[in-house]
Design a protein around this ligand. Sequence first.
Ligand SMILES: Cc1cc2nc3c(=O)[nH]c(=O)nc-3n(C[C@H](O)[C@H](O)[C@H](O)COP(=O)(O)OP(=O)(O)OC[C@H]3O[C@@H](n4cnc5c(N)ncnc54)[C@H](O)[C@@H]3O)c2cc1C
Length: 353
Amino acid sequence: MLTGLMLAQQGLSVTLLDKAQVGGESSWAGGGIVSPLYPWRYSSAVTALAHWSQDFYPGLGERLLALTGLDPEVFVTGLYWLDLDDEAEALAWASQQGRPLASVSMSAVYDAVPVLGSGYEHAVHMSGVANVRNPRLVKALRAALVQMPNVTVHEQAAVSGFVRDGERVVGVQTAQGEVRAERVVLTAGAWSGELLATLGLELPVEPVKGQMILFKCAADFLPSMVLAKGRYAIPRKDGHILVGSTLEHCGFDKTPTDEALASLKASAIELLPALADAEVVGHWAGLRPGSPDGVPFIGPVPGHEGLWLNCGHYRNGLVLAPASCQLLGNLMLGQAPIIDPAPYAPQGRLGSR
Ligand SMILES: Cc1cc2nc3c(=O)[nH]c(=O)nc-3n(C[C@H](O)[C@H](O)[C@H](O)COP(=O)(O)OP(=O)(O)OC[C@H]3O[C@@H](n4cnc5c(N)ncnc54)[C@H](O)[C@@H]3O)c2cc1C
């Protein structure tokens, strides 16, 4: 949706096709942390997209609210990482990148987050980290898109393959017929590999299931995001608390499981013991578009003129989206790219089947 919005804002005519409802898959299901979970563990390719996007999010939230009346609730809470094994690496990365990550005493953490569980021994904190309320973000994006005279949104319109004219891709096939276009952008998340396979290409993007649970607490229950042992708690502005997530390689199955529910609940209570008395008001799963090292595919598909990719954002598709979409637009429109596009180029990263 953000790809479509940014292209439409540059004057292109955009038709968006979705097999179900736009924004109903991973982008709805995610936690919405506007940062990679452990930013120092990623390559400079992921960092470059993340940093550009982090600066862009608050303005995006405001613009979408002004355009649509729907608030994506970009909520700047900061984030505490507890008992990291690689704290020294994290701090070295932050000082090299100029990011506001600092070691903090546990007494300062307990002062700031009194509901935090006991027994944690050390912590680092990054101020300024935000989260965005995914369901509201996708609702606002959809509303912004349908308002635009140069945008058409077709839902319940699954794409089954590409229309070709020689080496050129000139459209897509759907059950309702062909949709022709000068350029086609594949942004099908975890399903992108299946679609590219219809052209005999192997795109290393595979579904990685993630389950989340949701609690409802008082609005001031948790003032900051907290993360320990790979599990995190994210406060929304109205007191909803999301706890996630699992990482499961089990194909396209999105069924929430009792096992994950029990495991997430146990993590939630360890992090924030008062959640033992709170009700779980939601439990769902989404399919992340897993890619090698989490580096997305952004750019033209070699040998298939007219076909472009913007997919494979794995665990970071919310935070990486603005820069990814802007970069794709730069490349499609022959503009100077906001960052070096080379690491994301499909060229050399696709196999043949
Ligand atoms: C539990 C969980 C927690 C996460 N937490 C975070 C986080 O805190 N921060 C962060 O940055 N990222 C997070 N993510 C990752 C993020 O959600 C994804 O990287 C991102 O949403 C991917 O966006 P996308 O548009 O590529 O894919 P999607 O949102 O999955 O969109 C793909 C769309 O393509 C459509 N589609 C698929 N096949 C077809 C077809 N054949 N024809 C037509 N349409 C089709 C689908 O219906 C879908 O709407 C999380 C993900 C999960 C699951």
